[in-house]
Structures are given as structure tokens and as C-alpha cells.
Design a protein around this ligand. Structure first.
Ligand code: 5GP
Ligand code: ZN
Length: 140
């Protein structure tokens, strides 16, 4: 699928990329966007999403890899404002836990939780928390 081609299926991340759906954005460039996960595992859980709709990292063209990973590294540096420790995860395929089939890395700050991956640890992001985090994670 060439860059800029919308997904044939409705896609919430394409809607966020196009600013048709709301999200707490902390980063945007020509190739990628990052925003707060609406059901965070931990405080400051972020998603780093290429503008180009592809389900998997292996669907990106080779020339798209570098700008996407640069954006991911920028977001990792931002996450270090919250905690020096964080997980970067990529779920590929339903059996691996992928529920949104638009490529995204998770950047999950860690604060010493035993296991932040248990679903019960998650609750919906509040507007107050989100606004504070956007201020903390936005440039410079
Ligand atoms: P996956 O399991 O596909 O790797 O992760 C998808 C992530 O997207 C989940 O952590 C989920 O909470 C998040 N998510 C799903 N829908 C939305 C949405 O509409 N807005 C935001 N900000 N995050 C979403
Ligand atoms: Zn999409």
C-alpha cells in the first residue's frame, strides 16, 4: 500500500493520524505520530504510529524504517522524563495480543510494578491525567 493510501477498513489510528478522531498527541512529524494510550498500563503509556496504514513492521517499505525508528527514539527520550525504565513492545497478530491492526510500538514507562501487563491493572485515562502528561511530554 503506498504511503497516504487510507485503510480499506475503518481504522481508529488512521482517524487519529488524520485528526478525525481525538487523541492526546505528544509528537507529530511527516512520517509518524505519538499519543497517549487511552487504556494505559502505566502512567504515560504511549503509542508511536506511522502515518502510513500498515498492519505490521514488515509491511513498511525499507525507506520508511529509519524515520519511524527515529520517531520511536524521540518518544523514548520523552518517556525518560517520566521514568528511566520503560518497555518498548510490538504486538504482531491477534495471537500476540494485537487488537489495532495499524502498526504501533508501545512505550510503557515502568515505576517498579510487578507486572503492568495484567489487564486488571488498566483503567481508562482521565482527562486531567492526560493534560498533565501532554504538558510533560510535549516539546522541548
Ligand atoms: P495492541 O494490543 O493492538 O498492541 O494495542 C492497541 C492499543 O491501542 C491498546 O493498548 C489500546 O488501549 C489502545 N487504543 C485502542 N483504541 C484507542 C483509541 O481510540 N485511542 C487511543 N488513544 N488508544 C486506543
Ligand atoms: Zn490505520
Amino acid at each position: 500500500m503506498p504511503p497516504g493510501t487510507p485503510s480499506a477498513e475503518p481504522c481508529i489510528f488512521c482517524d487519529i493520524v488524520a485528526h478525525r478522531a481525538p487523541a492526546y498527541l505528544v509528537y507529530e512529524d511527516a512520517e509518524a505520530i505519538a499519543f497517549l494510550d487511552i487504556f494505559p498500563f502505566t502512567r504515560g503509556h504511549l503509542l508511536v504510529v506511522p502515518r502510513h496504514h500498515v498492519p505490521r513492521l514488515t509491511d513498511l517499505a525499507p525507506e520508511e524504517h529509519a524515520p519511524y525508528i527515529r520517531a520511536l527514539a524521540t518518544i523514548c527520550r520523552r518517556a525518560e522524563r517520566l521514568s528511566p525504565d520503560y518497555n518498548v513492545t510490538l504486538n504482531q497478530g491477534a495471537a500476540a495480543g494485537q487488537i489495532v491492526f495499524h502498526l504501533h510500538f508501545h512505550v510503557i514507562p515502568r515505576y517498579g510494578e510487578a507486572n503492568p501487563f495484567t489487564p486488571s491493572a488498566r483503567r481508562r485515562l482521565s482527562e486531567e491525567e492526560a493534560r498533565a502528561l501532554v504538558a510533560e511530554l510535549s516539546p522541548p
